[in-house]
Ligand binder design. Structure first.
Ligand SMILES: O=C(CO)COP(=O)(O)O
Length: 121
């Protein structure tokens, strides 16, 4: 399954820790990511990730487009709920399109663990 991994800056350490903790499972999937998240994951984990554009430059929308076409089957998106994002409309669009298409979406570590154990294993 193609899995998208996305984290806002304050949440990138959580994403790296999460991916390292579940690398055995995630390595069996086709992982894509927004740009900076993907670069960090490629540098700091053993999971190979395909980085798209950075979130503020359209990366969230690229992932949303793959959700809409059925090419991306799960999204892990560690949002920072305490910091306003300049590209908030793009963030909302990605969350919305996951709901439109019933694609599993985890927005914090606890739900991401449930997604890995319940859907990706
Ligand atoms: O801003 C993001 C998601 O909205 C994440 O983008 P980066 O992974 O490029 O930092």
């Amino acid at each position: 399954m193609r899995v998208a991994l996305i984290a806002h800056d304050q949440k990138k350490p959580d994403m790296i820790e999460f991916v390292n903790a579940h690398d055995g499972t995630l390595r069996d999937h086709d992982c894509i990511a927004t740009g900076t998240t993907g670069s960090r994951l490629n540098d700091e984990t053993d999971v190979e990730v395909r980085p798209l554009l950075s979130g503020p430059l359209g990366g969230d929308l690229m992932i949303g487009s793959q959700v809409a076409t059925g090419d991306c089957g799960a999204v892990v998106f560690f949002r920072d709920p305490m910091t306003a994002q300049p590209h908030e409309p793009d963030v909302s669009a990605l969350l919305r399109i996951c709901d439109v298409h019933g694609v599993p979406l985890a927005t914090n570590v606890a739900s991401a663990v449930a997604l890995v154990e319940g859907v990706l294993c």
